[in-house]
Design a protein around this ligand. Structure first.
Ligand SMILES: O=c1ccn([C@H]2C[C@H](O)[C@@H](CO)O2)c(=O)[nH]1
Ligand SMILES: [Zn+2]
Length: 135
């Protein structure tokens, strides 16, 4: 993906992060997805006193996209938090990503300091296991 679009996605994630509802963890996360149709949807994490009901920023953004468009397919997702290293998605979010994206979904992990780590979803799922098994 071109740098300009990547920056746009990261900015949308930073913007969505402002709406994070995080009274329990105080850890705000923002995400933004780019759909097949070229639209961008932002999302933030939304917590609950019953903590397991918390929705991560990534899933909020994906669900917004899916609930707004017919035939939604996601092409890329940016994730931003105020962390030392770029923020990586949890297993539940990876599972939802593969439901609505392909294995080459571009996952742009970032922090507020401007560090980025970009991987295809496939790498996040399988990583070195894939390398060991498939060579
Ligand atoms: O990639 C991540 C990691 C964590 N969180 C949220 C879940 C919870 O609200 C808080 C602490 O884990 O951050 C996300 O939204 N995305
Ligand atoms: Zn998650």
């Amino acid at each position: 993906m071109e740098d300009k679009l990547q920056d746009k996605l990261i900015k949308a994630a930073i913007n969505a992060r402002k709406n994070a509802y995080v009274p329990y963890s105080e850890f705000a996360v923002g995400a933004a997805v780019l759909t097949e149709e070229g639209k961008i949807y932002g999302g933030c994490n939304i917590e609950n006193i019953s903590y397991s009901m918390t929705n991560c920023a990534e899933r909020t953004a994906i669900f917004k996209a899916v609930s707004n468009e017919e035939d939604t397919k996601i092409r890329a997702i940016a994730i931003v938090a105020d962390t030392k290293h770029p923020c990586v998605p949890c297993g539940a979010c990876r599972q939802v990503m593969i439901e609505f994206g392909d294995r080459d979904l571009e996952v742009i992990m970032a922090n507020l300091a401007g560090d980025t780590l970009i991987k295809e979803l496939d790498e996040l799922f399988w990583g070195s296991v894939n390398e060991e098994i498939l060579g």
